[in-house]
Write a new protein. Structure first.
Length: 269
């Protein structure tokens, strides 16, 4: 799907009824006809030996795969679904004790569902304040696999989210379309190295070279690097040796359906 052009943004604003105070969908966070829940997968900080954040992953009401929900998202319900995801991800995480644990929450968003960033973000701001969740503890994460042809427009979304106090992240870095071009326009708070570059990195010299380059790039741009999809001690140890501290993957903990994993579960602490 191409980026959102000016005509699409205007049409989308009319469809959702935006006014200066936001639209009705923004205010109530309804997701149309889609029913869904969340699993949360922790991101761990191996230097501080704690859970850094939890990524909210869409699931069916009975724990069914994300695909079973996302395959029903189309142009008619994309905006409502994106808004509802933000509300429900925060509500459920707070019900599970996120605020008391003082850990972060990472929410995946659909850039093609954002027409006016300064208005589309109002739902998230409202629910975070209602639940006493610090804005700086919310990460907006988007996969590099999203085909964003209007790079400056995409960067403007992330810039607005940062201006509001949220953290930003690019998922699957090295796998998709945005990549280095996006980093030239905007430097997020975090990039998550794609798991295909992580797999067997301790045994494959080419992946080691690419991983080291990504680590140095993140350091130079002052971006935190998260290594995702870690499944073996060898993969973990390679990145620990290279100075990385943030990790996510089945080696530490699988996604918890309607639950937040604690440090003991993830790190055996």
């Amino acid at each position: 799907m191409a980026g959102v052009d000016d005509e699409q943004r205007e049409r989308g604003g009319r469809q959702c009824g935006h006014g200066e105070s936001g639209c009705s969908i923004c205010r109530n966070g309804r997701g149309g006809e889609l029913d869904f829940s969340f699993a949360y997968q922790p991101i761990v900080d191996l230097q501080s030996r704690r859970v850094y954040a939890h990524e909210a992953l869409v699931r069916g009401l009975g724990g069914e795969s994300a695909a079973s929900v996302l395959e029903r998202v189309d142009d008619g319900n994309r905006y409502a679904f994106d808004q509802a995801c933000r509300v429900h991800a925060i509500d459920l995480a707070c019900d599970l004790g996120l605020v008391e644990r003082q850990e972060k929450l990472s929410i995946n968003f659909l850039p093609h569902a954002v027409y006016r960033p300064e208005l589309c973000i109002q739902t998230t701001l409202q629910i975070a304040r209602q639940r006493d969740l610090a804005i700086g503890n919310v990460i907006f994460e988007v996969t590099e696999g999203e085909r964003i042809e209007d790079g400056p427009w995409f960067a403007s979304i992330l810039q607005e989210y940062r201006r509001q106090g949220f953290l930003t992240a690019i998922d699957d870095f090295g796998a998709g379309y945005a990549g280095l071009r996006l980093l030239a326009d905007f430097q997020p708070d975090l990039i998550k190295l794609d798991m295909d570059l992580v797999r067997n990195v301790d045994r494959l010299a080419a992946r080691q070279a690419i991983a080291r380059a990504a680590i140095r790039l993140a350091e130079e741009l002052r971006i935190d690097l998260v290594v995702e999809g870690v499944e073996s001690a060898g993969e973990r140890d390679f990145f620990v040796h290279e100075g990385v501290r943030l990790f996510q993957g089945y080696l530490f903990c699988e996604p918890q359906f309607r639950g937040l994993a604690d440090t003991a579960r993830c790190l055996g602490a």
